[in-house]
Design a protein around this ligand. Structure first.
Ligand code: S3P
Length: 189
């Protein structure tokens, strides 16, 4: 698989609570890739928690920082990147995500509700009606996530290792067209 990828990075996108970090870490290990989590990088660079950034500077400022971090990580090859759930919103970010293969981890909303009902780290979810909030965000983002190169639908009972296997077995179907389009692009420019 690593040969087939030829160093192409992988960006995991999807809603909060889909397991991008856990799955990404296992996938990176399996591919012998480095692993980045954009939220962790944002916290490290700003020396603030995501909640503090939202509270003190607002979501727009958070999105700007998120874009800068994506711009920096996309310069690396051989990386698996767990992105924040909202990184698909800004069109500009897609120019960074497109440096690699974009994989959408798609988990049903009812499972996300179970996973996130006691979460206090995600500022967008600190509302009384979690179901409504998640549904609204999903409605706004579904068509953006769907622009990913690969759509992985996840069942509740699947372990992170099973999800990684699912990714690894499906990847070849999307890698070859992607590499071909890269080569065409390089030839034209
Ligand atoms: C967000 C997702 C979070 C984090 C921030 C905003 C979003 O990341 O970036 O709380 O807008 O969906 P995770 O998807 O890793 O939870």
């Amino acid at each position: 698989m690593t040969d087939l990828l030829r160093g192409l990075s992988i960006f995991l996108v999807g809603m909060m609570g889909t397991g991008k970090t856990t799955v990404g870490q296992i996938l990176a290990k399996q591919l012998n890739y480095r692993f980045f989590d954009t939220d962790v990088l944002i916290e490290r660079v700003t020396q603030q928690s995501i909640s503090e950034i939202f509270a003190e500077q607002g979501e727009d400022e958070f999105r700007d920082i998120e874009s800068q971090i994506l711009m920096q990580v996309c310069a690396y090859t051989k990386s698996v990147v767990a992105t924040g759930g909202g990184s698909v919103i800004h069109r500009m970010n897609w120019s960074y995500l497109r440096h690699g293969l974009v994989i959408w981890l798609d988990v049903p909303i009812n499972v996300l509700i179970e996973r996130l009902s006691t979460d206090i780290t995600r500022p967008l979810l600190q509302e009384s009606d979690l179901k409504h909030k998640l549904e609204t965000l999903m409605e706004q983002r579904r068509s953006l996530y769907a622009e990913a190169d690969l759509h992985i639908s996840i069942e509740n009972a699947q372990t992170p290792e099973e999800i990684v296997n699912q990714i690894v077995t499906t990847l070849p179907t999307v890698i070859l067209p992607k590499i071909e389009s890269y080569l065409d692009f390089s030839a034209e420019n």
